[in-house]
Design a protein around this ligand. Structure first.
Ligand SMILES: *Cc1c(COP(=O)(O)O)cnc(C)c1O
Ligand code: SF4
Length: 401
């Protein structure tokens, strides 16, 4: 029997542990309808509208494990808000876009995005274990019309093989861990066989939403095509449960480097203290914070967006105040397809010839003197006559000889 801790978990207390621990059971028993959800949670009027209307749009799909983490007494529970649609998803504002990062126009073959010179993004499936309400790829992900996996990636492999500059492939989606183990192995095998591919990473949220997906067999596949780097997606410290830690431990113990990407979400992780706690908890489970994303202007998620200054302030409160390992890079994915642009607090107060005036995390001011250009060394040496560039060169040659 499963260990009953949360009040919602009570619902599944008669489920045999072997079922609960089987990721296929978790996927097969996702709550996907209004009728299914209203028996579990008391929904707000906005959620009722959101859930009833989500059919045909970004689906609602909530695995029992994720549901069990919801605090039924709090409408603002971060686990709940990421999983349950609300009426706000149907409010589209002026600047919202279908494809905010302009991925479709940088797609040379179906399922492949090639934006940066040396790396590509392979969209391996449109399915996810849980559909995050803030998903930026909601145009592709979890729509009822698209629910097929791309099993045939030959065109993508050919493209990568014929573009020798591509040395890095990011397997993403959707969630590639929704694919059967054999398909994952097939993708890794094909990519490893391409001589120019030297770095393979896989982006997944399943170790967070359905940690049971991390099985011994999956790990043995990753090890067979090692090194595979895994990029996770965490947004709130509540997501780091004992069960999730176990999945991350299995990966880290097998030598698989783990990183995390976080989306800055209004009311979920937009307080510096929440974000700092999340970053600290990630380090404790050997996950290195990689990016914090400014929430993209995708259609129907503007209620999750914050001002950019909120992100800058979070970075200001992290850098210097806590372990450098827990400081990710905050980026804005440029609307229209410019890629990720780092945005950071400004630490440069002024810049003059040969000197930089900087401030540190505590607001103290310091000056850094740059090395003098060739032929200008004498400036800092007192009582020495000016030398021309040529004379310095001659002097250097003599010393060398
Ligand atoms: C994020 C992203 C990558 C990977 O970028 P890194 O900064 O190397 O993590 C590659 N291609 C696309 C289209 C992306 O959005
Ligand atoms: S796991 Fe990623 S791709 Fe899937 S719904 Fe969430 S944010 Fe979107």
């Amino acid at each position: 029997m499963i260990n009953v801790t949360g009040s919602l978990l009570e619902r599944w207390k008669d489920v045999p542990e072997s079922d609960w621990e089987d990721w296929h059971w978790q996927i097969g028993n996702r709550v996907m309808t209004y009728d299914g959800l209203k028996d579990i949670l008391q929904l707000t009027p906005s959620e009722v509208i959101g859930v009833k209307r989500s059919k045909g749009r970004l689906l609602m799909a909530i695995p029992p494990y994720w549901l069990s983490l919801i605090d039924p007494m709090r409408q603002t529970c971060p686990i709940r808000r990421q999983a349950i649609p609300t009426a706000e998803e149907f409010e589209v504002s002026l600047n919202d876009m279908e494809d905010p990062c302009g991925e479709d126009k940088d797609s040379p073959v179906p399922g492949l995005v090639h934006r940066y010179p040396d790396r590509v993004l392979l969209l391996a499936t449109e399915k996810c274990a849980m559909y995050c309400r803030h998903c930026t790829r909601r145009r592709l992900v979890g729509s009822e019309t698209h629910l097929t996996s791309r099993q045939n990636f030959e065109q993508a492999y050919d493209y990568i093989r014929s573009n020798r500059r591509v040395r890095d492939v990011l397997i993403s989606g959707g969630d590639p861990l929704m694919l059967p183990d054999e398909t994952i192995e097939d993708i890794l095998k094909n990519l490893r066989a391409i001589p120019n591919v030297e770095f393979i990473r896989l982006g997944t949220r399943m170790p967070v939403t359905v940690p049971m997906r991390v099985t011994e067999n999956l790990i043995s596949i990753f090890k067979r095509y090692s090194p595979i780097w895994v990029s996770l997606h965490f947004n709130h410290p509540k997501e780091i449960t004992k069960r999730c830690k176990k999945a991350c431990d299995m990966l880290a113990d097998s030598g698989i480097p783990l990183g995390s990407q976080t989306v800055l979400l209004r009311g979920i992780n937009d307080r510096p203290s929440t974000m700092r706690r999340l970053m600290h908890e990630l380090l404790k489970i050997r996950v290195r914070p990689y990016y914090i994303y400014q929430c993209d202007p995708a259609k129907g998620i503007s209620h999750f967006r914050t001002a950019v200054s909120v992100g800058i302030n979070i970075m200001e409160k992290l850098r210097g105040h806590t372990s450098g390992y827990s400081v990710p890079t905050y980026v804005v994915d440029a609307p229209g397809g410019g890629g990720k642009i780092p945005v950071a607090p400004n630490y440069v107060i002024s810049q003059a010839k040969g000197m930089f005036t900087l401030r540190n995390y505590a607001g103290n001011i310091f000056t850094y003197y740059e090395p003098a250009e060739e032929g200008q060394m004498q400036r800092v040496v007192p009582n020495q006559n000016k030398q021309t560039k040529k004379e310095v060169k001659t002097a250097e040659a003599k010393t060398a000889a």
